[in-house]
Design a binder for this molecule. Structure first.
Ligand SMILES: Cc1cc2nc3c(=O)[nH]c(=O)nc-3n(C[C@H](O)[C@H](O)[C@H](O)COP(=O)(O)OP(=O)(O)OC[C@H]3O[C@@H](n4cnc5c(N)ncnc54)[C@H](O)[C@@H]3O)c2cc1C
Length: 554
């Protein structure tokens, strides 16, 4: 029997006690614990009322069933799944219950080397998964830069992408099957099913059956809208765009793409089966410094023709910031002084000859250009690839009380518009008296930039959303979109949805309603929020030092 307050709802400590009695994991309402869970890598702060550390899928089911029943009685207690809380958009934050997966549910359960499939719990550390696979010469090539300090579940639920994604796609491409705890506590296994099996599923008198029935109807009713506005070869993680991948022309049906990238808003993933591939351990890295940005930009298209695994562009000012903090790279000698832009190229062909052949072609391509080329293989290549982490120096910039919140990471801009885009971003930066150095994953047009701000100052705090608004407009004006990497979460939803048509937004809302009719799962994530509310949730200060530390030492 649960004790209730004067309005008939259970008091928090009673909820905690009740859940603790019923699950194998732990429950905490300790203020220090809740404070630690009130932030992720975003600029927001939202304190949960309770932390739950599930040990088994059944724990998650019991918690979900409890909050579902509470919601049926009119009291919504949000349930937010959390990996390592490195999300940059506030998606790992929520009031109510913070469900922390990595504490116990962090095991690698099984590996099938023949099928190249690995079965895991969601809280497994993402880099450890690749470390384990490397013993078999394999990897999941799309892990994010943050793999060393984030979970595999977080990577999948954010549809993360990483340095190799220009060539190997996003995390979604490496997901085979998911086990999902639904909003009411039922469990569903995703997989591609035939038209015949879909009809069987639709006949089930359960929540799972209801999901298949409603979603299939939704897709059929919106077929034209989906084909015209959501089918695209270019990655767009906004809302539930992945609905376009659920039903194929042959009538087969798979919920997996929809759960991938859903940021915990459609269900809690309790187990995953991911695909892996053989990976070359021999790599060649090339760093090219350019005297001017134009020459660097112009070189990108021809360099892409060499089929590199890595092709990244950096504004030279990023290296100036690193140098201020004492960091130098081997290619500084070749560049003899400062440079306006740099390009990192990586080849991962299995054959040594193939890599050397590509390097030769690369040198030939740039023979008449004012550029300095440094080439490294083996261990030295690893050191050169570390140049990618130059952006981490922005996470903890030199200077007192300054920080560079990752507000704009992961937009898409088509390469043909990159030059104009770069000019527009420079104008935006000048207008707001900030610097916005660009880092671009050129193979798929993913763009990163972080403004250096003093968030203790009211003026700089006010700049956050102004900048985001104007930056979004620039991205869209140049044929791009804001949410190419990870999700929009809380911080970016308002801005990313501004240019979406009403019928698309209605479709997204209908998807959410099907999976989460009582709005329990991560409410406020992948939903438009009033600016006033976002401002009220801003952290007093912003400090990414911990993440910078991880990046620089992982
Ligand atoms: C320095 C830095 C670099 C980064 N680099 C990249 C990058 O290269 N590419 C990239 O895509 N992102 C990047 N990120 C963002 C983030 O680190 C990644 O997306 C990462 O994969 C998130 O993992 P996590 O364990 O921290 O997840 P969290 O932040 O805890 O959660 C992320 C989202 O997934 C949901 N979630 C987590 N686990 C589950 C589950 N089991 N079931 C349901 N929902 C769940 C959460 O509710 C939340 O919405 C970076 C962040 C930082 C700070």
């Amino acid at each position: 029997m649960i004790v209730t307050n004067e309005r008939g709802y259970p008091t928090m400590s009673k909820v905690a006690e009740y859940l603790q009695e019923h699950i194998l994991g732990e429950v905490s309402t300790n203020p220090a614990v809740l404070k630690a869970l009130s932030t992720d890598a975003s600029v927001l702060e939202i304190t949960p009322e309770m932390a739950v550390y599930p040990r088994v899928t059944n724990d998650i089911r019991k918690v979900a069933r409890f909050v579902y029943q509470l919601a049926e009685k009119g009291h919504v207690m949000p349930l937010t799944a959390r990996g390592n809380g490195t999300d940059e958009t506030g998606a790992a934050l929520g009031k109510g219950i913070s469900l922390i997966l990595p504490a116990h549910m962090n095991q690698i359960l099984e590996f099938d080397s023949k099928q190249k499939l690995i079965r895991l719990q969601p809280g497994a550390n993402a880099k450890s998964v690749n470390d384990a696979l490397s013993l078999h010469g394999m990897s999941i090539p799309s892990l994010p830069v943050s793999a060393a300090y984030s979970t595999i579940g977080g990577a999948v639920l954010n549809n993360a992408s990483g340095p190799l994604s220009g060539r190997y796609g996003d995390m979604g491409e490496w997901v085979h099957q998911l086990e999902v705890v639904l909003a009411n506590g039922d469990v569903l296994q995703t997989e591609r099913i035939s038209k015949r099996d879909l009809n069987k599923k639709k006949g089930m008198q359960t929540f799972e059956g209801e999901i298949y029935r409603s979603l299939d109807n939704l897709i059929e009713d919106n077929r034209q809208l989906i084909e015209q506005k959501l089918v695209s070869d270019i990655r767009d993680n906004v809302g539930y765009s992945a609905i376009a991948k659920v039903k194929q022309r042959d009538g087969s049906f798979d919920l997996t793409p929809l759960i991938v990238g859903s940021q915990g808003t459609l269900g809690v993933v309790s187990e995953l089966i991911l695909k892996a591939q053989f990976t070359s351990t021999q790599q060649t890295a090339v760093f090219i410094t350019f005297a001017n940005k134009e020459a660097a930009r112009d070189a990108l298209d021809s360099l892409a023709e060499l089929s590199p695994a890595v092709l990244e562009y950096f504004d030279g000012v990023l290296f100036t910031e690193a140098e201020k903090q004492g960091r130098t790279y081997s290619f500084y000698n070749a560049a003899s002084g400062t440079f306006d832009a740099g390009i990192l190229v990586g080849f991962d062909d299995f054959s040594d000859r193939a890599r050397q052949h590509k390097v030769k072609k690369l040198k030939k391509m740039l023979i008449n250009i004012d550029a300095q080329i440094t080439v490294e293989d083996g261990q030295e290549a690893t050191a050169l690839f570390a140049a990618r982490e130059v952006t981490a120096y922005l996470l903890s910039p030199a200077g007192k009380d300054v920080s560079a919140p990752p507000l704009f990471d992961g937009a898409y801009v088509p390469s043909a518009r990159f030059e104009d885009f770069q000019i527009a971003v420079t104008t935006l930066a000048e207008k707001h008296h900030v610097t916005l150095p660009l880092h671009v994953r050129a193979l798929d047009g993913t763009v990163y930039t972080r403004p250096i701000l003093q968030l203790q100052k009211v003026g700089d705090k006010q700049k956050i959303f102004k900048l985001l608004d104007e930056y979004t407009a620039i991205v869209e004006r140049h044929g791009g979109h804001l949410i190419a990497e990870a999700g929009e979460g809380r911080v970016k939803a308002r801005f990313a949805y501004k240019d979406l048509d009403d019928d698309v937004l209605e479709l997204f809302a209908a998807v959410k309603e099907i999976f989460d009719p009582n709005a329990i799962l991560n409410p406020g994530v992948k939903q438009t929020t009033e600016l006033r509310q976002l401002v009220s949730e801003l952290r007093a200060g912003y400090d990414t030092a911990a993440f910078a530390d991880h990046v620089l030492h992982s």
